[in-house]
Design a protein around this ligand. Sequence first.
Ligand SMILES: [Zn+2]
Length: 492
Amino acid sequence: MIEPEVISSYVKALVDYGIKEGLAEEIDRWVLANTIIGSLGLPDPASGGPVIENEMEAIKGLHLYAMDTGHPWGDLPEEKFTGRIMGLLTPSNGSMAREFRYIIDDKGPIEATQWLYRISAATKDVRLDLASKDLRWTVSTDYGDLQITVNRSKPEKDPKDIAAPKTGKSYPKCLLCPENAGFWGKPGHPERSNHRIMPISLDGEEWFLQYSPYVYYHQHCIVFSREHRPMAIGPRTVPRILDFLDQFPHFFLGSNAALPIVGGSILDHDHFQGGNWSFPIQSASARKSWDKGSVVAEALIWPMATLRLRARDRQDMERFATSAIESWKSYDDPSWGIEKEHNSVSVIGRKVKDSYEMDLVLRNNRTSEEYPDGIFHIRPSRHHIKKENIGLIEAMGLAVLPGRLATEMEPLLEALVGKRLSVPENWPHLEWAKGLLEKHGNGKSQEEAKGIIEREIGLVFLDALRDCSVYPDDKNGQDGLDSFIESALRKF
Ligand SMILES: [Zn+2]
């Protein structure tokens, strides 16, 4: 059993942490301590315990105490227990929303979003501490430097989560609904006690801004509708993006295509993803460009067929981008197997100096007997590296790869260094690894071997992007894309 004075040290450490991080004020000290004591049924405070400086150590200690004493929170997995405790220290949604708005008005959106990010990380709503375990590197290609991350920060699934029935009538209805703010979690749904959402207005409608708990890039935010309704790429998409850019010009904002296979993982709640990050697609240059009054259209040099629009005038951008999206949604190109019923776009907007820039990545989710998973979809030979859909973030040139890769590459690393290739049963990378060993030989240094693997993983990602392109990036494919762009320009 943990001594009462040690328990008191944990409580003091958490209260000190909350005050230091700006989650509470000095006057809140007793209220916070009593909230933690009452919630966990802790003994009366005792003095003389050790000094605990790390808040995670305090949380782990309290978790052990809850388990020892049979407190119901002791049954929570570590990740959920952390969220539950941090929820006790997190300011109310109202006070955070007021502060956010106050900083926007007083100092501007850059300071406001920085403040929100810092607070979201301090409350562990955004797990920056876990994200630091992710692997990140870049791979130089003909399309510029692609960004690769191997995501090791997503927690292992709780067996209770896996067993939880999916009724479709759950509360909250999905992971994005505003009802997640302060939600105590349950099997199959994450703990969101420490989660807060910031109201913003887009095209005259109430939306919310939050940061993504799993940090794929700096200040990765999600902007979602108040109402639980399906994602849609339609006439209001572009005005909403431009409205956001006017309020947060230092962020980009983009939307996944709203169709299965080519869309993101959450299609049943209208949302965008944004953030303060420069993606590879941003540096892509134009292969060909067209002037249409105040709007410039460009066919990008990019592995996925993409139309970029640039305009200074917001209304021109709004009209043209909406018209170009509608053009694609009603465009058939039988010679490339493109049927309009399956067309959608991944849309990305950003501000560059005082101009608006929008990238429309053309998507199509048709399937065939030969390609039941999707014609414009990752080929099965690449599934050992990347199996999930290519969504918005990846279409912009940032690969989010599964954490298993970190350990699965070890046999290949050893073989490149000079050992015999010895792999576990059903190792999914065998054919690829054999090809690599033939191409590069062995006898590499550790550093060289690591470099080869990173580069080759990047090249598989590049091929995966090419698989998803509706037009291949060759002479014929480029002509196909240009024909579409010219037809869209004629309609404008
Ligand atoms: Zn929802």
